[in-house]
Design a protein around this ligand. Structure first.
Ligand code: PLP
Length: 441
């Protein structure tokens, strides 16, 4: 069904998220349909999807199995509450998700977005320590340059200044590890940088400063995506894990981008062999079709919270749409599609070709770094003096005009196409981006 937009006047009512609204209205970028690797624009052009929508459409667009599951479920059970009642689809899905995560990560709390998954993970961490009689553990540790969504918990532990500065004092008792982006040491790394594992040791400094008895959890993205694609230095996550173990601090992985195939495995947890206590997921879970997130929790946390609870309801937390039947059906069909088509494996097989194509842009004008991991890459352009982000914005607009959707964080172009992309389409995408970068002033 085509969607028509009559005038920018009519469009004015939609306050667009994370968008330069005034600029958008002058030059709107509207898509009206999508199938497999392509969007269709309002003026009927095909756009190659270089971003899987917003890191979520991992199986490509309009996949019949998912569309059918959504249509059938909405007709059969449009909504059912998960407070005090249940429906089979959510239980089945929880089991399926748990089976994708290693070790004792086998309890699943449903949310509707990455931001809600983060809030949920942080709250579970605090409630867990209380359930063990360690209620002094309230401090949360995030990392500079991290993105954990837009809830107050997420922006408090998050490390992007623009996302924090307008919103008051945020959560108290939060500290931040240093980020791992150090172009002087690791520019143009292929995959995980060699340099930077020692940056995890800053957690030891925080432990001495605050005392471990005050620290509840550390939250990091195993690979930071939205802050400009920052793969973890080799050994870094292992070190964080070891320090957290040593002091009884929970380790939370924010896998909102990395879970469900993006790195060529079910999760970064599986790929990297580092076991967190809680994993926040969303995006790829439903292939972007219906909003849904899932927080995967270690059995020890679930058991402590449920068994030590002084009240019948063990966790006073949840959402009206937690485990929504239509979203759960979309997720099951998505996981089936990933499995049937071997898309996680496919991503792993395509990753070297993708990496080579990305690093092929190294000598283009203004390219100051290229970073990649799995089916993600970041191409960082130098900022124009006094106009940070402008070059990146123009790259996105030019790519749209020339036939591709790309994503930008300031002057970094981030590419993360659906995992069904062909090698030919990878080449096409990078040729288009190379042309854009070459023609940018
Ligand atoms: N956490 C990470 C690592 C993300 O990349 C994002 C979104 O990009 C979020 C949380 C927030 O997800 P949502 O936009 O679904 O709330």
């Amino acid at each position: 069904m085509a969607v028509s937009v009559t005038s920018t006047n009519a469009m004015d009512a939609f306050w667009m998220p994370f968008t330069a609204n005034r600029r958008f209205l002058k030059e709107p970028r509207i898509v009206t349909a999508a199938k497999d690797m392509h969007y269709t624009t309002a003026d009927g052009r095909k756009l190659l999807d270089g971003t899987a929508g917003l890191w979520c459409v991992n199986a490509g667009h309009g996949r019949p199995r998912i569309v059918e599951a959504v249509s059938a479920t909405v007709a059969e059970l449009d909504y059912a509450p998960s407070y005090q009642f249940g429906h089979p689809v959510a239980f089945e899905l929880a089991g399926r998700i748990a089976s994708l995560f290693p070790g004792d990560l086998n309890h699943v709390f449903f949310t509707n977005s990455g931001s809600e998954s983060v809030e949920t993970a942080l709250k579970i961490a605090l409630a867990y320590h209380q359930s063990k009689g360690e209620g002094t553990r309230t401090r949360l540790i995030g990392r500079e340059r991290s993105y954990h969504g837009v809830g107050f918990g997420g922006i408090s532990v998050g490390g992007i200044a623009t996302n924090r500065r307008h919103f008051g004092s945020l959560l108290a008792g939060v500290d931040h590890l240093p980020h791992t982006h150090a172009p002087e040491h690791n520019a143009f790394s292929r995959g995980q940088p060699e340099w930077g594992a020692h940056l995890a040791d800053d957690l030891e400094r925080m432990v001495s400063l605050h005392d471990p008895s005050t620290i509840a959890a550390v939250i990091v993205e195993p690979m930071a995506g939205s802050a400009g694609v920052l793969p973890p230095p080799k050994g870094y996550l292992e070190r964080l894990r070891a320090i957290c173990h040593k002091y009884g601090i929970l380790l939370i992985f924010d896998e909102v981008i990395t879970a469900f195939g993006r790195l060529g495995a079910a999760s970064a947890t599986e790929l990297l062999g580092v076991q967190p206590d809680i994993v926040a997921t969303a995006k790829g879970l439903t292939n972007g079709t219906i909003p849904m997130g899932a927080v995967v929790v270690d059995a020890a946390i679930y058991d402590s919270l449920t068994q030590n609870s002084a009240t019948p309801i063990e966790l006073f937390h949840g959402y009206t749409y937690s485990g929504h039947p239509v979203a759960a059906a979309a997720a099951l069909a998505t996981l089936d599609t990933y499995a049937e088509e071997g898309l996680f494996q496919r991503a792993a097989e395509l990753a070297p070709h993708f990496e080579n194509a990305a690093h092929g842009l190294r000598d283009l004008p203004n390219v100051i770094d290229i970073r990649n991991m799995g089916m993600v890459c970041g191409i960082e352009l130098s900022a124009r003096p006094g106009a940070a982000g402008e070059r990146g914005f123009e790259a996105m607009q030019m790519a749209f005009d020339r036939g591709a959707m790309i994503r930008i964080t300031a002057d970094t172009i981030a590419l993360s196409p659906p995992l069904i992309i062909s090698k030919g389409q990878i080449d096409e995408l990078f040729e288009l981006v190379a042309g854009v970068i070459s023609d940018l002033k």
